[in-house]
Design a protein around this ligand. Sequence first.
Ligand SMILES: [Zn+2]
Ligand SMILES: [Zn+2]
Length: 340
Amino acid sequence: MVRASATPPVEKFVSASGLRVYRMRLEVFPGFDAHVHLVLGLDVPILIDAGSGLGNCNTDLTARFEAVHAEFGEKIGLKDVGRVLVTHGHMDHFGGVQFVREQSGAGVGIHVLDKRVLTHYEERVVIASKSLREFLVRAGVSGASASEMMDMYLIGKGFYHSVAVDTLLEEGIELFGCMRFVHVPGHCGGQVCIVMDDILFAADHVLARITPHQSPESITRHVGLGHYLESLRKVRDLPGVRVSLGGHEVPVTNLAQRVDEIREAHQKRLERVLAICAEPQNIKAVAVALFGPLQGYNALLGIEEAGAHVEYLYQRAELGVANLEQVQGETEPAIQYVRL
Ligand SMILES: [Zn+2]
Ligand SMILES: [Zn+2]
């Protein structure tokens, strides 16, 4: 993960019709930043994403609102937020929703495919953990390392409790007379980008430097590299986008070019996976070959990323299973993939 220290704590943007956007940087996990965006000039102040609610994040959020008041002269506080729009169901974007609701009583919006993450969080963690564990075993991650990775996955997940959702962010609707939603599943199943005048709130769909994290659809429906690449097409040529504000890193002013770079990076990674699988490999071995030995949470992210690429190639019959007899005979086999 890359620290987005290049962005200022608060940065102001003005849309073509004069709406004011305050981009606030928050520390969402130790050493890892994300942005939330406050939109002013509509009937009510709108907050896009809410940070993680963990560690310093809520304190950062309060301080950023104070800075918007003190440094930019906006008569606004956190208590005035009228609606929180959550771009997708990842902790670094929705974890702070409870705090924002406590402070403001704001209603919450999210895409229907991530609604469950907010409204049935406790259930979702149990079910997602089972799928993740199954994936790790098939990927070749053995008992103790699998348990360690599961512990990593569950860090911080105990603190959040379900909240009600008031609004569904669907394609085809317009909110506040100026916001449209583009459903872009891939990085997350209910990921949306928000179009407002000449500004695109790209969330984690398009980032300036890193390629947004991918994980296999075998863990969570509607994620996966195939969906992601299709979704990139949906935003590449959106008309009239002057600046794209992502959930992490610096703003993007050349959206189509950045989309092409991300596509190309995945294409190269797919070619590497095919080369690695000239000999049979499990997903863990593919991850090590791609990224080198990884520790802690990055090891989990690396295996998911490798898994998403292997799954994409398997779905397209470019990889096959090399140890079919073993897979058939064992209850918890690791699958070996080979180039076809
Ligand atoms: Zn995300
Ligand atoms: Zn994120």
